[in-house]
Design a protein around this ligand. Structure first.
Ligand code: ADP
Length: 633
């Protein structure tokens, strides 16, 4: 068997591993369960891909995002590695064929979304897999206490009872210590190894500005910092307005959000990656799986509601190791609004039930029906028809998702589905009577194995290329075939979908785990508080604060964030230093004191100076500063 190093060279052409990759791979090769925390773009994929290639058998990869899954499978195929995926929108026949290949073919990787794990078909094939590893991507999604809980992830553990000796590798970019513990518990880790990359990014300067006019500040930043930029804002409409405004100021810019068609999104993303556009103004839908090294500045025009997302988005700056900036702009009003978010995002259960009822009425689902069906869902129309508050609806849907009733997906692409509905003799007779449809029938039968007996996903673009029809002609011919009863035809869908995981229950019988819901709310509250604190930090190093939040307690000060720079600029004479330091130690007299008390006691000195001395005393180990106040060690 080749060594991990040789595999890295052979398939990826890289000469050396990045920090931690080698340790993670070694632990997995030894058969241990491993939790790995690596930043986005840190190279998580090869941590499971290499051990899987080094061993005999199949690696099962659980991944929540179809787009990323498809990307990875394509990437592996390009390297001549046999990989498969199962995702929503595939027909029963296709899923079965894929599972069969995974069980009995020479495949090395099977990517599945967590929702699939509980399906009957999957369970049927699971024992037949010759698994060498289970890789759980975005593993924080398994924790209720995390910022992106997805209930289907809880099903991952059930794989373990079927394959008790197969190691599990959980990967995530950001998980707080309680989420890390929860991941290990939920995945039934025995003696897990945890690897965590340092959160230090010495070239990335974090700063926060309270700005009266965010637009002016943004222009100022983009004028000062040349090079590629990402500007995040929450509102879709605003991304467009802002991009236009930047263009008016002679800054090359475009906008991006999840409401655009797939093709437009890819185009905009590609233009930005290739530096045809300098600034992309976007919602948080932008950036998944993008690995552009030379981003010089990431600006946030709205406050994200958690540090996990903020850090991931800001961390897209300066991947090449050169100087970069992460700037957050806010106003006092927004800071107040941030505090109201927990109550808004976690509505009362009664209201959630009302929304459920309204949804079922809107989608015309009778009690006891709906399971396993996709419904077109126009949020705005729904809100208007039922005179509901849009935020309430969004948050109620989220709560229903977390209780496992349904999923709502705005960025869907369900390909066209076609299956033949007639027998061979009828088809032949039909073809002679309708020769203009013969070509299309021929290409359908030739290009799609099994289409005569099963429904399959069809790529319309491919058919257009083969038949040389226009898109309109193709649709019209398919409809014609459908009308004659020759095929069953479900056109492709690219509008938002609601998918019912369970049959509709009468709203009053909708069961709801209130205790867990309230605990999730409490955890959310903590995240909001953390964000608020990050914004209002005046003295502490921002990188250090972020690192500590994720459990990296060994972080040094970054020396480049706004607070570190402020500190550096405070002039303090030796006499003044000694005076303040003596006063502090005398006042403490070996006891714990509260910070506001100490500051008011020393109010004849500038606050910044007092903090500078406190920082120094802390680094010397003479005092400890924590949330309780200032302690003697
Ligand atoms: P993540 O999943 O952590 O966001 P990826 O696994 O997609 O990151 O890797 C990001 C990029 O880094 C990819 O282009 C990958 O090929 C590259 N990469 C990973 N490991 C190495 C390495 N050891 N040397 C050079 N490039 C690497």
């Amino acid at each position: 068997m080749p060594s991990p190093q040789e595999i890295l060279k052979q398939y990826w052409g890289h000469n050396s591993f990045r920090p931690l990759q080698e340790d993670i791979i070694a632990a997995v090769m030894e058969g241990k369960d491993v939790l790995a925390l690596l930043p986005t773009g840190g190279g998580k994929s090869i941590c499971f891909q290499i051990p899987a290639l080094a061993k005999e058998g199949l690696c099962l990869v659980i991944s929540p995002l179809i787009a990323l899954m498809k990307d990875q499978v394509e990437n592996l195929k390009k390297r001549n590695i046999m990989a498969l995926s199962i995702h929503s929108g595939m027909t029963y026949f296709e899923v079965k064929q894929t599972l069969q290949n995974a069980a009995f073919g020479p495949y090395k990787f099977l990517y599945v979304s967590p929702e699939r794990l509980e399906s009957k078909l999957f369970k049927e094939y699971l024992p037949a897999f010759n698994l060498n590893l289970v890789a759980v991507d975005e593993a924080h999604c398994i924790s209720q206490w995390g910022y992106d809980f997805r209930p289907p992830y809880l099903r991952v553990a059930s794989i373990r009872s079927e394959h008790p000796t197969v190691p599990v590798l959980a990967l995530t970019a950001s998980a707080t210590p309680i989420v890390q513990t929860d991941i290990c518990e939920k995945l039934l880790f025995k003696n897990a190894d945890i690897f965590r990359q340092s959160f230090e990014k010495p070239n990335l300067s974090f700063s926060v500005f309270k700005a009266e006019s965010k637009i002016n500040k943004l222009l100022e930043i983009l004028q000062k910092v040349p090079g590629t930029a990402i500007v995040y804002c929450r509102n879709r409409k605003r991304t467009k307005e802002l991009a236009s405004l930047l263009k008016l100021n002679n800054i090359s810019a475009d906008f991006y959000h999840a409401g655009l068609l797939q093709e437009q999104r890819s185009q905009k993303q590609e233009d930005w990656i290739q530096n045809k556009i300098r600034v992309i103004v976007c919602t948080n839908a932008f950036g998944m799986g993008i690995d552009k090294p030379d981003v010089r500045v990431v600006v946030h025009l709205d406050i994200p509601d958690n540090l996990e997302n903020y850090y991931q988005e800001a961390g897209r700056g300066g991947r090449d190791g050169k100087k970069a900036f992460a700037v957050l702009l806010y106003s006092q009003i927004e800071l107040e609004e941030l505090k109201k978010l927990p109550d808004i995002n976690y509505p009362a259960v009664k209201e959630i039930k009302n929304v459920y009822q309204a949804l079922a009425n809107h989608l015309q689902i009778a009690v006891g029906n709906g399971e396993g069906i996709y419904y077109d869902f126009n949020l705005n129309e729904f809100v208007k028809n039922f005179k509901l508050d849009i935020f309430l609806v969004i948050n109620a849907i989220k709560a229903l998702e977390q209780e496992g009733y349904l999923t709502f997906n705005e960025q869907v692409f369900l390909s066209t589905k076609i299956g033949f509905a007639c027998n061979k003799d009828n088809l032949e007779t039909f073809q002679t009577s309708y020769p203009h449809l013969e070509e299309l029938i021929k290409y359908l039968l030739r290009s799609y194995q099994g289409i005569f007996d099963n429904e399959v996903s069809v790529n319309e673009k491919l058919l257009i290329r083969l038949t040389k029809l226009t898109a309109e002609e193709l649709t019209s011919q398919l409809k014609e075939l459908q009308a004659f009863g020759i095929i069953n035809y479900q056109p492709q869908k690219e509008n938002p979908q609601i998918y019912f995981l369970q049959n509709r229950a009468p709203a009053e019988y909708l069961s709801f785990n209130l205790e867990a819901y309230l605990k999730r709310k409490q955890q959310y509250q903590l995240r909001v508080d953390t964000m608020e604190k990050y914004i209002t930090l005046t003295v502490n190093c921002r990188s250090q604060y972020i690192g500590n939040y994720f459990g990296d307690v060994k972080m040094k000060k970054c020396e480049v964030c706004d607070n570190c720079l402020k500190q550096k600029n405070i002039e303090l004479s030796t006499e003044e230093f000694n005076l303040i330091s003596n006063r502090i130690l005398t006042y403490m007299n070996g006891n714990t004191v509260e910070i506001p008390h100490l500051l008011s006691y020393l109010n004849s000195f500038k606050k910044e100076k007092v903090w500078k001395v406190l920082d120094f005393l802390q680094s010397e180990g003479k005092i400890i500063v924590n949330e309780k106040g200032i302690l003697a060690p």
